[in-house]
Ligand binder design. Structure first.
Ligand code: SF4
Length: 121
């Protein structure tokens, strides 16, 4: 997420200016304080779903291509997305309905068989 101009609305610009003048911290101040953000996290290529991690996948192909459990980039990204959607679904019934539609529209992914010898190498 990169934002040089944090809002496209005039009202928003006025609000941000007023907040700055009043010394009120906004989401944009906290966002700027986090820069540069973690590239692995931004790409969804980091995982901390279990105690064997955290793990990360090198998007340039020079470093690790699998987490400790054998999950590759596709699995980690899909799993992270699924977990985010599930967490969002817990927020409101409307979000839940949208999330279910996302799941229904998403391509079917074969479950990872962690007992497979091919996945334990
Ligand atoms: S990639 Fe696998 S081993 Fe690494 S933290 Fe995630 S679930 Fe655990």
């Amino acid at each position: 997420m990169h934002h040089d101009i944090p809002t496209i609305t005039e009202d928003g610009r006025l609000m941000i200016k007023k907040a700055a003048a009043d010394g009120v911290e906004t989401v944009w101040d906290r966002y700027k304080a986090q820069l540069p953000q973690c590239g692995f996290c931004e790409l969804g290529l980091s995982c901390r779903n279990c105690v064997m991690g955290p793990c990360r996948i090198d998007p340039f192909g020079e470093g690790p291509q699998k987490g400790v459990c054998g999950a590759d980039a596709d699995i980690i990204v899909a799993r992270n997305l699924g977990r985010m959607i599930a967490a969002g679904a817990a927020l409101t019934p409307i979000t839940e309905e949208i999330s279910l539609k996302c799941f229904e529209a998403s391509p079917k992914i074969e479950p990872l068989d962690t007992r497979s010898p091919a996945k334990t190498n």
